[in-house]
Design a protein around this ligand. Structure first.
Ligand code: AP5
Length: 227
């Protein structure tokens, strides 16, 4: 693995459809970090038809959090790998997972550098999730209007067929948003108290938001995107 110039450990926090996965791809490429997405990890277990697949699929299709003991085990294996730096996207999702993360990193003598909180309006979330298409082969993310592929329905990167995620149906989106506000939003205060949380404007387009994130990550002294 190439060494990251910055060796950062970052968490992206924000509601479904805030653009965390899209931004993680760009940020990881620019800073040579690893993208660890708990959603992608879980989707690959579902696809593998292992004994755990059906159980995980049931939770995901309903828009509910997969039980902590399952997710933590899967993410722990990734964190333990010798990584110079990473962006954690979709994990932690509740206070139990946040405490687990702190307890896993401290014996490795590493700590989280920044938590970026994607503040995103409900209108943008609905518009983005209803138009999202993903490539199940290489995990690339598209949007039918905002980020369409060159050929309709075909992934630009691997030529795989693009699909709508099972949990991007209206009813499941509503459930995911409810779960986010009940279980994940308390993490904002948890990390704000540790003074490592920065709000970023998730409503911005991809390039404009990346410029802000880049500036924040290159300048640890900046604590807010309006600085
Ligand atoms: P997960 O895959 O983590 O989904 P999520 O957090 O709900 O987030 P999304 O992937 O929906 O949105 P995103 O913010 O990444 O947006 P994206 O970049 O794709 O989790 C799925 C499920 O797995 C959970 O419901 C749960 O069941 C389970 N799970 C996962 N982690 C778990 C955990 N830790 N504990 C327990 N269960 C867990 O963008 C969305 C769309 O908008 C795309 O079409 C994109 O092209 C477009 N777009 C993105 N950014 C912009 C922009 N700036 N401007 C215009 N369009 C944009």
């Amino acid at each position: 693995m190439a060494n990251s110039k910055y060796d950062m450990r970052i968490v992206f926090l924000g509601p479904p459809g805030a653009g965390k996965g899209t931004q993680a791809e760009v940020v990881c490429k620019h800073f040579t970090l690893e993208h660890i997405s708990s959603g992608d990890l879980l989707r690959s277990v579902v696809k593998s038809n292992s004994p755990m697949s059906e159980k995980i699929r049931e939770f995901m299709d309903k828009g509910l959090l997969v039980p902590d003991e399952i997710v933590v085990e899967i993410v722990a294996q990734e964190i333990k790998k010798d990584r110079k730096g990473f962006v954690l996207d979709g994990f932690p999702r509740n206070l139990t997972q946040a405490e687990f993360l702190d307890n896993s990193l401290s014996p490795l003598n590493i700590c989280l550098d920044r938590i970026l909180n994607f503040v995103t309006s409900p209108q943008k979330i609905i518009e983005r999730l209803s138009g999202r298409r993903i490539c199940p082969k290489c995990q690339a993310i598209y949007h039918i209007k905002n980020m369409p592929p060159s050929r309709e329905g075909i992934c630009d990167k691997c030529a795989g067929p693009l699909l709508q995620r099972n949990d991007d149906k209206e009813k499941t989106i509503r459930e995911r948003l409810k779960v986010y506000s009940q279980l994940s939003e308390p993490l904002i205060e948890y990390y704000r108290e540790k003074e490592i949380l920065c709000d970023v404007d998730g409503d911005l387009d991809v390039d404009a938001l990346f410029e802000i994130i880049k500036r924040l990550l290159e300048n640890p002294a900046i604590s807010d995107y309006s600085d």
